[in-house]
Design a protein around this ligand. Structure first.
Ligand SMILES: *[C@@H]1O[C@H](CO)[C@@H](O)[C@H](O)[C@H]1NC(C)=O
Ligand SMILES: *[C@@H]1O[C@H](CO)[C@@H](O)[C@H](O)[C@H]1NC(C)=O
Ligand SMILES: *[C@@H]1O[C@H](CO)[C@@H](O)[C@H](O)[C@H]1NC(C)=O
Ligand SMILES: *[C@@H]1O[C@H](CO)[C@@H](O)[C@H](O)[C@H]1NC(C)=O
Length: 301
C-alpha cells in the first residue's frame, strides 16, 4: 500500500514537471556557496523556451510575503543588490556578492500564475563562511583585548590557557600546533602547565569548516617565557593597573565629593535645634511666616 502511494506521489511530481512547472537552479558557483561569492540563478521550464513572462522572487521574513526581485520599487532598494537579466528569452538572477543574511528562499513564477503548476519549488541557498580567528588568554575579560598582538609573555612556572575562536556557518574544528614539533592538540583550548623555557615558541591555531574543505584559516602567536619580576613590569600589566586604577580613582573622587556635599547640607539642620532662635520660636516658624501671605486670618493654633 505504502509503495503504491509512494509511486503515486512520484508520478504526480513527474506529471507536474512535464506540465510545465518551472525550476530555479543555481547556475554558478558549482558546489557550496561561499560568502561574498557571485551567485547566478536561472529559471528554466520544460514547456517554455521563452522565459520572458516569468519572474524570480525572494521570500521576505520581515514582510512575510514573496517579493518580486525585478520590479524597481522602493522595496527592492531596501532589499539588496541583485541583478536580473533577460537575454535571448533566458531569465537569470545575479547576486554580485552574496552575504549570509541574503540566504533564504527563492522561487520562480509565471506572471499569469493561477495555480501551483506555474510556481517552482522553493530554492534555499545556504551561504557558508568562516570569519577571522581571535586568540585570547585565560578567557578573562582583560586578556581578551590585550593578547591580540601575536606575542604572549608567560611567567615561568605558571599555567596558561589560550583559547581560539572563529565564527562560521557551521561549528568548525580547531587544532593547535607548535612550530618545529609533530605535536598537535585537537581542541580550541591550548593548555600549558608549569611553563618552562622550552615551551617558548610559535603556536598556531588552525580552524577548519566541517563541510567546506576550502574554508580553513590559521592564526599564530609567539610565546615568551619571562621571569616573574619582568612580566610584572610589562606594558600589559601597566595597562591593567591603569585601567583598574583610573576607574577606581574616579569612583573614590565621586564618593569624596558626595561626602563633602552631604556634610555641608547636613550642617544647618544639625545646628537648628541647638540655635537659641529656634528655641524661642515654635518649630512651625516657616509655616507661620508664610501664612499671612496666603490671606488667612485664622490663627494657626
Ligand atoms: C547585471 O548583469 C549583466 C550581465 O550579467 C552585466 O552586464 C551588468 O553590468 C550587471 N549590472 C549590475 C548593476 O551589476
Ligand atoms: C500565461 O501566459 C503565456 C503567454 O503569455 C501562455 O502561454 C500560458 O499558457 C499562460 N498560462 C496560464 C496558466 O494562463
Ligand atoms: C596558515 O595559512 C597560510 C595560508 O593562509 C598557509 O600558507 C600556512 O602554511 C598556514 N600555516 C599553518 C601552520 O598551517
Ligand atoms: C615580552 O618579552 C619580550 C622579551 O622576552 C620583550 O621584548 C617584550 O617587550 C615583552 N612583551 C610584552 C608585551 O610584555
Amino acid at each position: 500500500m505504502k509503495t503504491v502511494s509512494c509511486f503515486a506521489v512520484i508520478w504526480l511530481a513527474w506529471l507536474s514537471l512535464i506540465q510545465g512547472k518551472p525550476t530555479l537552479l543555481i547556475q554558478s558557483p558549482e558546489g557550496p556557496v561561499l560568502e561574498s561569492q557571485s551567485v547566478t540563478l536561472e529559471c528554466v521550464s520544460d514547456v517554455d523556451s521563452d522565459m520572458s513572462f516569468y519572474s524570480i522572487q525572494k521570500y521576505s521574513r520581515y514582510m512575510m510575503m514573496w517579493i518580486n526581485l525585478e520590479k524597481t520599487t522602493h522595496l527592492r532598494c531596501w532589499y539588496y543588490d541583485v541583478n536580473v537579466t533577460r537575454a535571448d528569452g533566458r531569465l537569470q538572477l545575479n547576486i554580485p556578492s552574496i552575504q549570509s543574511w541574503n540566504s533564504g528562499s527563492f522561487r520562480c513564477v509565471a506572471n499569469n500564475a493561477t495555480n501551483e503548476e506555474s510556481i517552482s519549488e522553493e530554492l534555499n541557498i545556504p551561504v557558508h563562511y568562516l570569519r577571522d580567528i581571535s586568540i585570547y588568554r585565560d578567557s578573562s575579560f582583560y586578556s581578551r583585548y590585550w593578547d591580540q598582538l601575536g606575542v604572549m609573555n608567560v611567567t615561568r612556572g605558571s599555567d596558561v590557557e589560550v583559547e581560539c575562536s572563529a565564527s562560521a556557518s557551521e561549528t568548525p574544528s580547531y587544532t593547535w600546533s607548535k612550530q618545529g614539533l609533530e605535536w598537535v592538540q585537537l581542541s580550541n583550548k591550548l593548555k600549558l602547565q608549569k611553563v618552562q623555557d622550552d615551551d617558548a615558541g610559535l603556536y598556531t591555531c588552525t580552524v577548519q569548516h566541517p563541510t567546506v574543505p576550502s574554508l580553513s584559516k590559521n592564526r599564530s602567536f609567539q610565546l615568551y617565557v619571562v621571569n616573574e619580576k619582568k612580566s610584572w613590569l610589562g606594558p600589559d600589566q601597566m595597562n591593567l593597573i591603569l585601567m583598574t586604577a583610573v576607574p577606581a580613582g574616579v569612583l573614590l573622587l565621586i564618593i569624596l565629593i558626595l561626602a563633602v556635599y552631604l556634610s555641608k547640607r547636613k550642617a544647618p539642620i544639625v545646628k537648628g535645634p541647638i540655635d537659641d532662635h529656634s528655641q524661642k520660636k515654635p518649630i512651625y516658624t516657616g509655616s507661620q511666616e508664610s501664612l499671612p501671605s496666603a490671606g488667612d486670618t485664622q490663627p494657626l493654633v
